[in-house]
Design a binder for this molecule. Sequence first.
Ligand SMILES: NC(=O)c1ccc[n+]([C@@H]2O[C@H](COP(=O)([O-])OP(=O)(O)OC[C@H]3O[C@@H](n4cnc5c(N)ncnc54)[C@H](O)[C@@H]3O)[C@@H](O)[C@H]2O)c1
Length: 283
Amino acid sequence: MEIRRIGVVGLGAMGAGIAQLGIEAGYAVVGREISADLGERARERIAHFLERKVEKDQLAAEEREDALARLTLTTDLSALADCDLVIEAIVEDLGAKLELFRELERIVRPEAILATNTSALSVTEIAAATSTPERVVGMHFFNPAPLMPLVEIVRAELSAEEAVETAYGVAERMGKRPIRCHDTPGFVVNRILIPLLNDCIRALDEARVTPEVLDTAMTAGAGWPMGPCTLVDLVGIDVHVHASEALYEKLREPRMAPPPRIVAMRNAGLLGRKSGRGFYRYD
Ligand SMILES: NC(=O)c1ccc[n+]([C@@H]2O[C@H](COP(=O)([O-])OP(=O)(O)OC[C@H]3O[C@@H](n4cnc5c(N)ncnc54)[C@H](O)[C@@H]3O)[C@@H](O)[C@H]2O)c1
């Protein structure tokens, strides 16, 4: 199926990045936010990132203008009626996503594909909110979407093969390195990375080492490109705790549960890089 127009619902950290990838790949993108102001802020962020690519000679100035001209913003979901693919990137809340997918099913043509960027919710459960679950897939981008190569293309229980292949093709055209996987909690990367990072945080206390020492151990000894404490600070302590709790709820494996130390950090507002302090301080 040929995709020409992509809808992106929710233009926060992930949605804005996905919209940027879409316009850079030559798609017409309709971005939907809950207020015009939030939509404008996302457009400014995208324009800023594209400007930096122009400055670094990664993009011609006309290409930037052409890409930005392919982006339209709306607060009205019915403006997505003509989209061939809609990628949902709203808050990680099952109720909100179910409601959105029910609405999207009414608005978007029956042959259009509906994708969710959820990290830890069940794509199958989201698909079940519609009467056409065969057209629902997961497209799990990583943060920051414009820079991270991987996209997990998630096959839910009832996803049609054609929908999976079309989503895979879109990710490839966006210059990504997609993989196909089944809808299991955490998909591939988070299923492995979340308990591993929780082990790292527990090791801080068990081995009585500082975050600096632990990061040195994992970069110099295990070849990680970035230490675990630096990584969790970058991801956001709250985001990591939320993902751990969601995986623990589904799999009941003790290693999935967030260690008390990091829950306390979240509760104290130490959220990592974005709040100025997590395992490290950022000025
Ligand atoms: N941040 C990450 O590291 C990351 C990585 C991969 C996937 N995800 C997933 O991507 C999704 C979005 O995460 P995020 O970090 O971008 O969140 P975010 O809070 O930065 O952005 C969510 C945006 O959605 C908007 N929104 C909420 N309801 C809406 C609606 N009904 N219609 C349109 N817009 C709506 C909000 O105004 C907000 O701007 C979540 O499902 C999350 O699990 C996040």
